[in-house]
Write a protein that binds this ligand. Structure first.
Ligand SMILES: Cc1cc2nc3c(=O)[nH]c(=O)nc-3n(C[C@H](O)[C@H](O)[C@H](O)COP(=O)(O)O)c2cc1C
Length: 196
């Protein structure tokens, strides 16, 4: 039997689906406003924020990924407290999306190996330096003139993955802003309108 759904619930589920479609497009399109989100975690007692490149967004598994260096402070912090937030803002679409979930890393496994071979090695100059991200150094230490070799740097390469279970969607409109909280519960996105 098909249960009738209220228009509100139906609309909110559609909003959740639409956001995941936009995220999937943003991961593939480097010109998309959501291609470079801010990722946050709590570390050393304060909100830690940084820009990353969104590498994948899977509407089915609800997993977002970016690539990173296993030596980066965020990786250590997230291993202690995996709570993670992502902030996306599209100025033209007038949409802010915040996504909340728990993070983990893939290092040296099938996924990390695949991403490395698929091209991560090309943009992974940082993974080849002996310096951990955030480590004090001289300016000369930062000049890397060795040719890029796909065989190096992989030992520091990680895929940071985050399973999302809460979305906060804000749509700015002249006729009145709209904001919704979308929670993954009992196998589906359940939404409620909240004040912008
Ligand atoms: C446009 C842009 C894209 C970036 N992409 C990534 C990324 O995909 N992964 C990453 O670890 N750092 C990326 N960074 C660097 C981070 O913002 C940050 O400086 C670095 O990861 C160290 O962060 P942490 O000290 O919090 O670990 C990017 C920076 C910019 C400006």
């Amino acid at each position: 039997m098909v249960h009738p759904v209220t228009p509100e619930i139906s609309d909110l589920e559609q909003i959740a689906d639409d956001q995941w479609q936009s995220l999937a497009v943003a991961a593939r399109d480097r010109h998309h406003a959501w291609h470079t989100p801010t990722v946050a975690n709590v570390g050393e007692g304060i909100a830690q924020l940084r820009t990353v490149v969104l590498r994948s967004a899977d509407p089915v598994t609800r997993v977002l990924t970016c690539h990173s260096d296993s030596r980066a402070p965020k990786i250590t912090q997230l291993s202690k407290d995996p709570r993670c937030s992502w902030h996306f803002y599209d100025r033209d679409a007038k949409i802010q999306l915040r996504a909340y979930g728990n993070a983990w890393t893939h290092q040296g496994d099938a996924l990390a190996r695949q991403r490395w071979q698929d091209g991560a090695w090309r943009s992974a100059q940082c993974y080849r330096t002996p310096l951990a991200p955030g480590e004090p150094c001289t300016e000369e230490d930062l000049d890397i003139d060795a040719p890029v070799d796909p065989a190096t740097g992989e030992e520091h390469f990680v895929v940071l993955a985050c399973e999302i279970d809460l979305l906060d969607w804000l749509f700015l409109r002249v006729e009145g802003h709209r904001r919704a909280r979308l929670s993954w519960k009992q196998g589906r996105w359940q939404g409620e309108w909240i004040a912008p």
